[in-house]
Design a protein around this ligand. Structure first.
Ligand code: SF4
Length: 106
């Protein structure tokens, strides 16, 4: 009886260890996908509605210093040139960009 419990315990620990070891491999394709997202096109209807610009400095509406990189909706890594945005699923925005939904990163 005790041998069966030990065997189940050993299998469980092996499976947990294997799962933890494979976790980075599972996350790798997600990172590559985020970097490969197509940029939001200037004529994208959502981009036009939100007055998105790839360069915040070219928007008359952007508050000084506000840009995608410091927006709460920006999903790119710190220092990235571009990244995902929660308002543009499946697309990337420039970290230097801006839109009227900008809200400070918390
Ligand atoms: S919501 Fe934020 S990150 Fe997305 S485009 Fe607008 S300013 Fe950039």
């Amino acid at each position: 009886m005790q041998d069966a419990v030990d065997e189940r315990r050993r299998r469980l620990l092996t499976n947990v260890a294997l799962g933890l070891a494979l976790l980075p491999l599972a996350a790798a394709p997600l990172k590559a996908t985020a970097a490969d997202l197509p940029l939001v096109a200037a004529d994208d209807p959502m981009a036009r509605a939100l007055k998105y610009v790839a360069d915040a400095g070219k928007s008359a509406d952007a508050k000084p210093g506000s840009k995608c990189a410091n927006c709460n909706f920006y999903q790119g890594a710190a220092g990235s040139a571009q990244g995902g945005c929660m308002l543009f699923p499946g697309k990337a925005v420039k970290s230097a960009g801006w839109c009227s939904s900008w809200i400070a990163k918390t």
